[in-house]
Design a protein. Structure first.
Length: 708
């Protein structure tokens, strides 16, 4: 009798689970308390007027974006703010003309010629800091532009691939391209030669610009070797590279022993001597001319070249830098991202320089030689705005939880970007790094969006750990369920977040693939493909999200990053967040394993804080934390304590690799990881010392955690 009762209860519980709509993602993070900016911060902030919301409300769209565009210097003012006639290929500030390098350099020379534009820190801690003033940046960019034009024969509209580490020569090269209207495609320096080659092919670049080497974790990497691989790969696929320009990392010696190829390879530092003192007039570009390409997620399928515009993009990142990053010309601003990602383009180079700020660049690994390094850099340079990712925050907290306390830090505001941040990590950032004084902005956006979509306005909105914040002024989101039905704010249900309107920072298209652009971002929710009314074109971001009553958005991760347990979609992030409530846990990664009954069940990987011993009791506590924070439905099949997580060079945990190991599947290419050796250790730990298992498995596991 009792058994029958239990059976029925179990069946009913299961039916309940099944009734949940596909688009629903379980949301169990509890609401966090608010934190308020200090009066001192508010007193100096760029954006304090709450009327901004009214100014950027829908009734003032699209003209509201004049406020951003007016931060720039235009050669010719535009006539049409938004042209929708060829939807969804929106055109912003049509009729307007401007030059990006002029806006980031020349126009500051009157007032700021001798102020540092870039402060560069070598990874070798004994090396002196390099300061490039705006005048010096002007000289170098002009000479490089002369070389690109007169030595390489490059002209407006040509594409150039740049594969460089974090050195000042990288923004110099980008700005030289911008001066001539050449479309740059910067490939993250940590990517392999093959990855670079594929991007050369797609963009049709005949010039590759690189550097011979750079420091990484105390070693000099032979980067020139990657250029040879890239050029070979490109040639195999039909794209000939006729010039490789190689910057020298060291003044007095080569950093690479890879031989030069006669007639193809040139040392930039040598060639530039011929252009000393040359000045190149900035080319006045139409606002809607393509400005640069940024390739995303090449690991699955063909990499896509996200194409950004000249005027719209620059206006949007300048506005976001001024109003959200709160950058003033007197600030020393450090974004610890790599310029090879969109964050670096928008918020190391273009936004800060358009505002004549001093932007800091650091060559190396944040934890080299120890976890105090970023704080020493910030103290020495007097950094007052700091910008990094949850991954870096977790890593610095793991390796040096008390390090920030040893230094004299004065951040007025700090940013986090790239993933949802667990409240635990947020609180450490706030209290230990920011001393409870810095306003934190958790900025949600994508490569495709140019700049922020959601964030608190730091002097106006209180902060809420784990939530990105309200939509940016002029951004009107909507959350849809799988069938296109709106999920209203405050309903405590999650779905697919879209932005209803175009905005100036939005990508123009996928380079060379308009059809894929329309399909990927508009295919799901557009109802009338002939419409020229923007209201018919909600833009699909690809993230699951929840919109709370207070108007704050919480991002749950990529739509393809959820674990579907018996029809119940669990956000990976919130499971991981639950794991981090166990104090011994430093990092957690949750992956799905195939289960005949429940579809998928979670399996948990955790790494421990330094000095903590692996102990079955900790594993049990992780399981309990998940059960209490989320529920029994999320109970992991297994908790595994591992020495470290497999990570990309940018520090993201490769959940795909862990998911493949858990499911005895082929884990594929791991050459781009920063620590490939840890993969084999984990594999042996999970599967035993036998041969590598290569079972075929389902697509969602093969691609788990990777954006499309
Ligand atoms: O899932 C979201 C996550 O990062 C994705 C975009 O990645 P990418 O194009 O590489 O650009 C990263 C830097 C803009 C998004 O789809 N993401 C980004 N910022 C946040 C975030 N998730 C939660 N909170 C954020 N602040």
């Amino acid at each position: 009798m009792a058994e029958a009762q239990n059976d029925r209860e179990a069946r009913e519980a299961k039916e309940d689970e099944m009734r949940l709509s596909e688009a629903e993602i379980a949301v169990h993070w509890k609401e966090e308390e608010y934190f308020h900016p200090t009066p001192k911060f508010i007193g100096q902030a760029n954006l304090t007027d709450p009327a901004v919301l009214e100014r950027f409300s829908e009734k003032n769209f699209p003209e509201c974006y004049r406020e951003y565009a007016d931060l720039l210097t235009w050669d010719k003012y535009w006539t049409t703010t938004l042209d929708s006639s060829n939807a969804p290929f929106w055109k912003w500030f049509v009729g307007g003309k401007l030059n990006v390098s002029y806006n980031c350099i020349d126009r500051h020379l009157d007032k700021h010629a001798n102020k540092a534009a870039i402060l560069w820190v070598s990874e070798a801690e004994d090396d002196p800091v390099v300061a490039l003033t705006f005048q010096e940046l002007y000289v170098q960019v002009n000479e490089m532009a002369a070389l690109l034009r007169d030595f390489c024969g490059l002209k407006t509209g040509d594409r150039v691939t740049i594969h460089m580490p974090m050195v000042p020569e990288l923004p110099v090269t980008m700005l030289a391209c911008a001066r001539l209207g050449i479309i740059h495609s910067v490939v993250f320096g940590g990517f392999s030669g093959e990855a670079c080659g594929a991007r050369i092919v797609d963009s049709g670049s005949r010039v590759l610009i690189t550097m011979d080497g750079y420091y990484r974790s105390g070693k000099v990497i032979d980067h020139k070797a990657s250029a040879d691989i890239a050029v070979k790969k490109a040639a195999e696929e039909g794209q000939k590279v006729d010039k490789v320009l190689i910057w020298r990392r060291f003044r007095d010696r080569a950093a690479s022993s890879t031989p030069m190829v006669e007639g193809r390879d040139y040392v930039v530092n040598e060639e530039l001597k011929r252009y000393a003192g040359h000045r190149i007039a900035p080319v006045s570009m139409p606002a809607e001319a393509p400005f640069f390409l940024m390739y995303t997620s090449g690991s699955t399928g063909k990499p896509k070249g996200v194409q950004h515009s000249t005027g719209g993009y620059l206006a949007y990142v300048t506005g976001a830098s001024k109003f959200i990053q709160d950058i003033h010309t007197t600030d020393v601003y450090w974004c610890m991202a790599d310029i090879g990602w969109i964050t670096g383009h928008s918020f190391i180079v273009y936004g800060p320089l358009a505002l004549a700020a001093t932007t800091v660049m650091y060559e190396g690994v944040p934890t080299f030689p120890d976890a105090g390094r970023p704080w020493r850099i910030a103290q020495r340079l007097g950094v007052n705005i700091f910008h990094t990712s949850p991954t870096a925050i977790r890593m610095l907290r793991k390796l040096g939880p008390d390090e920030p306390k040893k230094y004299d830090l004065h951040f007025k505001c700090m940013t986090t970007v790239g993933e949802p941040i667990e409240p635990e990590a947020w609180l450490w950032y706030y209290h230990t790094v920011g001393r409870g004084k810095a306003a934190i902005t958790d900025t949600w956006w994508l490569t495709e969006t140019g700049g922020f979509l959601c964030s608190t306005k730091p002097a106006i909105d209180p902060m809420k750990p784990g939530s990105t914040g309200p939509p940016m002024p002029g951004i009107y989101p909507v959350i849809y369920d799988e069938h296109g039905k709106e999920i209203p704010p405050g309903s405590n249900r999650a779905g697919n977040i879209c932005i209803r309107n175009p905005w100036p920072g939005l990508m123009q298209t996928i380079w060379g693939d308009n059809e894929r652009f329309v399909r990927q971002y508009y295919g799901k929710y557009n109802k009338n493909k002939n419409s020229t009314d923007w209201h018919d074109w909600p833009w699909l971001a690809g993230d699951g999200a929840l919109w709370a009553k207070d108007g704050y958005v919480r991002i749950l991760g990529r739509i393809d990053d959820v674990i579907n347990v018996a029809g119940h979609r669990l956000g990976t992030k919130e499971l991981e967040s639950a794991c981090l409530t166990v104090p011994e846990i430093a990092e957690a990664a949750v992956v799905p394993i195939v289960d005949a009954e429940r579809g998928r069940v979670p399996e948990v990987y955790v790494s421990l804080k330094p000095g903590v011993k692996a102990d079955p009791e900790i594993m049990a506590r992780v399981t309990r934390a998940i059960e209490t924070n989320i529920g029994k439905i999320a109970r992991p099949r297994m908790v595994r304590i591992v020495p470290d997580m497999p990570k990309t060079r940018s520090g993201k945990i490769m959940r795909r690799v862990l998911a493949s190991i858990s499911n005895s599947m082929d884990y594929g290419d791991i050459t781009t990881l920063s620590n490939p050796e840890v993969v084999e250790q984990i594999r042996v730990q999970v599967q035993g010392a036998g041969p590598v298992r290569k079972k075929e498995g389902p697509e969602d596991i093969k691609r788990f955690g990777e954006t499309t």
